[in-house]
Design a protein around this ligand. Structure first.
Ligand SMILES: Cc1ncc(COP(=O)(O)O)c(C=O)c1O
Length: 484
């Protein structure tokens, strides 16, 4: 019998070590010099596709060391670097260095964290991570939950638990079209697009959303929330979920969670919080009161890949009574022999086979500790405030908003320019900044003003970066003002 099967997939130990050492050396250098690089590539998409090679599917393989070395160089030299200190776009953090090593280790062991028997250590690590995240944001450690790929999935998971808990019980068998009363959904008009995806995907339809107007601080108007619920009840609707937001995507506003909790209780509606971005700030003692009411939430979405600086992808859903997740997602096919284990993650969410994303989150929590996070999150907020104040004091900038670690502002070269012109100017300015490679911000439209928006979930950004950023923006703004 042959015992020496040779496959094109294995890499022998010596070569693997050589490749690994070279890769780690390059990664260490990359991280160490990231602030000297441009934030993004100047190459066109066509040039990049040529760089990776427009070849058909390889018929035969090639040597792994050359392949890895070349791919590493292409990626390091041509990517957008969200680990750069002047990256402040959207809500994508600089990734924890330990997360890079964690992903390598997780892929090496490759546990399938859908079932405990397939992932004995990884399941315990994920359980502990979930408990720590609950503790981190200040809710009861009895919350349970699951790690998912990001904010959309974390919110969907909470939404589905709400549907199981609050829709008529026969919905599981008969489907949503057999419910006589329309299920309705309440959220502020500033809510992230996940909610539209959720109502489309999970059968409620976009007409089920009641977009509650926000006040001038971008928080949900609670009087209008209650009025809308009453009107719906009179029409015979079944209010299912109120989704409050803790850190809205455009401005970082945190809804009045305490008041939403009171209304949810009064009308027996599921209280969900989309804290994908902002809820980690509840760990900072001086901001904790902003999140009062959080401990009443039936479900909470929070993304380690945003303000816990985890490498993509890592989101999390926490549920006050995790049985709602099991009621929603559990099934027991005959091909699963998992009955001797007590915590099988496939019963808590949408996936069955699941990767070990908990490792990077867990290792970072252990390496950095709660106090390390308090320091970094607090500093991010201070930097956003500094940016707001500097814009406010600058004769050619208008500061528009500041909340948590998001500041919005716009370039206003002189007085008496129309909003229409300023919107065009700032949009063009954003486009030129985004390809320029010196910094990366994104945009927000606030009360019809097209603004530049910096979201600092970046432990590498410093005061010097904020000073330099203002200079760059004003310099580029001046150039454009002359030309359009
Ligand atoms: C408040 C909020 N909710 C949900 C999401 C969606 O998160 P993801 O892009 O990780 O799916 C975002 C993304 O920025 C967000 O800011």
């Amino acid at each position: 019998m042959k015992t020496d099967r040779r496959t094109p997939i294995e890499i022998d130990k010596t070569l693997f070590q050589k490749m690994g050492y070279e890769l780690i050396d390059k990664i260490a250098e990359f991280i160490n010099t990231i602030d000297k690089k441009t934030v993004t590539t100047s190459k066109s998409n066509l040039e990049i596709s040529e760089l990776i090679g427009n070849s058909p599917l390889p018929e035969n393989g090639s040597s792994p060391d050359e392949l890895l070395a070349r791919t590493t160089d292409i990626l390091m030299e041509n990517s957008l670097l969200n680990g750069h200190p002047k990256f402040m776009g959207y809500i994508t953090s600089s990734p924890t260095p330990i997360g890079a090593l964690a992903d390598l280790l997780a892929a090496t062991i490759n546990p399938n964290v859908g079932a405990q028997i397939l992932s004995p250590v990884a399941t315990e690590i994920e359980k502990q991570t979930i408990q720590w995240l609950a503790e981190f944001i200040g809710v009861s450690p009895n919350y349970g939950g699951i790690l998912v790929s990001g904010g959309n999935m974390a919110n969907f998971t909470g939404f589905l638990a709400a549907r199981t808990a609050k829709a008529p019980k026969e919905i599981k068998e008969k489907g949503i079209s057999n419910t006589s009363n329309q299920l309705t959904v309440y959220c502020s008009q500033t809510t992230h697009t996940w909610i539209e995806k959720a109502v489309v995907l999970f059968g409620l339809g976009t007409d089920s959303i009641r977009w509650i107007p926000a006040d001038d601080q971008n928080k949900m108007n609670i009087n209008l929330l209650e009025k809308t619920i009453k009107e719906d009840l009179e029409k015979g609707c079944t209010p299912m979920i109120i989704a409050g937001t803790a850190g809205d995507v455009s401005t970082g506003a945190v809804d009045n969670l305490k008041e939403i909790a009171t209304i949810s209780k009064k009308y027996d509606i599921w209280f969900h919080i989309d804290g994908a971005y902002g809820v980690p700030a509840a760990v900072v003692p001086k901001y904790k009161s902003l999140f009062d009411g959080i401990e009443e939430a039936d479900s909470i979405a929070l993304d380690p890949h945003k303000w816990l600086y985890s490498p993509l992808e890592a989101g999390c859903t926490l549920v006050k009574n995790p049985q709602h997740l099991i009621d929603t997602f559990s099934s027991h096919p005959e091909y699963y022999n998992f009955s001797n284990t007590d915590h099988n993650y496939y019963e808590f969410g949408l996936q069955n086979s699941r990767g070990f994303r908990a490792l990077k989150v867990w290792l970072a929590l252990k390496q950095i500790g709660k106090n390390g996070y308090i320091q970094m999150i607090n500093e991010d907020i201070d930097l956003a405030k500094m940016l707001f104040d500097k814009s406010d004091n600058h004769s050619e900038l208008e500061a528009v908003s500041h909340s948590l670690s998001i500041a919005t502002f716009r370039y206003v070269p002189e007085e008496n320019l129309s909003d229409e012109y300023l919107n065009k100017l700032n949009e063009e300015l954003l486009n030129s900044l985004q390809v320029g490679g010196e910094l990366f911000v994104s945009n927000a439209v606030i009360k019809n003003k097209y603004c530049l928006r910096a979201c600092i979930v970046n432990f590498r950004t410093s005061e010097k970066d904020i000073e330099e950023m203002i200079e760059i923006i004003v310099r580029e703004g001046k150039k454009l003002y002359k030309s359009i």
